[in-house]
Design a protein around this ligand. Structure first.
Ligand SMILES: *Cc1c(COP(=O)(O)O)cnc(C)c1O
Length: 368
């Protein structure tokens, strides 16, 4: 049996007719940039999240950058984020001219350790950017309270947490703005690059929209200088089709994870992912901690099972951050986890037989 890490073809096959029609409509109407499909998506996504504004942008990296830039974050400022994420979370802080301040992860949930945030706040701190990694939400009780107390912007990186919840409230709705990616492999994925910003702040919404469209809302009227970062018509039309199924697909991920939890229990050499209480973890990734991780992944590969590591190097340890001034003690947990984490196949269409096979193979590896 072959088990791919993710199977985007299976999902396409299940909605092929609708997707092909949507694509063909965009092309025959030449609705490539702006227009009805983009507006429909922005309207529907905002409605699903119960927020006033959704602004489609080019990708989930631009969305972070645009939010921070339009909040006036820049040179001389500091923004706090996690030591363990995809580089977009930190590189966009630097893009604004601000300095990245990394905070370590907690030992069990792979997300920022909220207990350590306050010690990193200085007079220069402008914002905190929690990243709800793998579909697991950060401790939002704590983070919201810290942001209120110190009057900091709360910007959520929700690239891996579409429809995740903390005590019944969705990721992206806790602070001034939420940032989403629709990279093809994300829980809600387009067929190319795409992203969006959600917010309830009218002024920020207009600024972000303007900035992403060369600084103007009307053709040839540029209020400011901006950038070009648009959600295009084809991606929007594809996302509109997928929005109808996304909650079902999310449920499938959650039940697949529950099945994994069950069959992987009692294997002492691995730890299955932990959840905060009263949260909805949407399992963008199912990440275990494993003894002899590299041996296990090679063994699974030999059985036809693909795995991955998200991410092999903690952000502060990357060459790009060679010159940061934080000591290694600031991210010991992130670095420690990095040697053990292994992402095993996770997607809505994953079959029980495949998970059984994975469970059996993991057992077999540790019995030898
Ligand atoms: C994917 C991802 C992004 C960036 O999204 P793109 O659409 O690829 O630019 C940002 N943050 C995190 C945590 C991500 O996983």
């Amino acid at each position: 049996m072959k088990v791919p890490f993710i199977d985007l073809k299976a999902q396409y096959q299940s909605i092929k007719t609708e997707i092909d029609t949507a694509i063909s409509n965009v092309i025959s109407e030449t609705a490539f940039i702006g227009g009805k499909y983009v507006e429909d998506f922005e309207y529907e996504f905002a409605k699903l999240y119960g927020v006033k504004h959704c602004i489609g942008v080019g990708n989930g990296t631009d969305s972070l950058y645009i939010i921070m830039k339009m909040l006036g974050i820049g040179s001389g400022d500091e923004v706090i984020t996690t030591a363990h994420s995809w580089i977009s979370s930190s590189e966009t802080i630097s893009q604004t001219g601000a300095n990245v301040v990394f905070v370590d992860t907690d030992s069990e949930h792979f997300v920022i350790n909220a207990e350590l945030i306050e010690s990193k706040i200085t007079s220069k701190t402008k914002a905190i950017m929690p990243v709800h990694l793998y579909g697991q939400m950060c401790n939002m009780d704590k983070i919201v309270a810290i942001c209120k107390k110190h009057r900091l912007y709360l910007i959520e990186d929700c690239a891996q947490s579409h429809f995740s919840e903390w005590k019944g409230k969705r990721a992206g709705t806790f602070g001034i703005a939420g940032s989403f990616s629709f990279y093809p492999g994300k829980n809600l994925g387009a067929y190319g690059d795409a992203g969006c910003i959600i917010t309830n702040d009218d002024e920020l919404a207009i600024k972000c929209k303007m900035y992403a469209r060369h600084g103007g809302l009307k053709k040839h009227q540029h209020t400011i200088e901006g950038i070009n970062s648009r959600l295009d018509g084809l991606q929007a039309a594809i996302l509109n089709v997928k929005l109808k199924y996304i909650l079902d697909w999310t449920s499938s991920r959650i039940s697949n994870a529950a099945y994994y939890d069950e069959i992987l229990r009692n294997i002492t050499q691995i730890t299955t992912p932990k959840r905060f209480e009263n949260t909805l973890h949407t399992y963008h990734l199912y990440v275990i901690k494993a003894e002899n991780r590299d041996g296990l992944s090679a063994f699974l590969k030999s059985k036809g099972i693909d795995t991955a590591i998200h991410y092999p190097i903690a952000l502060p340890e990357l060459e790009a951050y060679e010159n940061i001034k934080q000591p290694a003690i600031d991210f010991v947990q992130a670095v420690e986890n990095q040697k053990k984490i292994l992402s095993i196949p996770m997607f809505p269409e994953l079959k029980k037989e495949m998970m059984d096979f994975i469970g059996m193979s993991i057992r077999e590896f540790y019995q030898n």
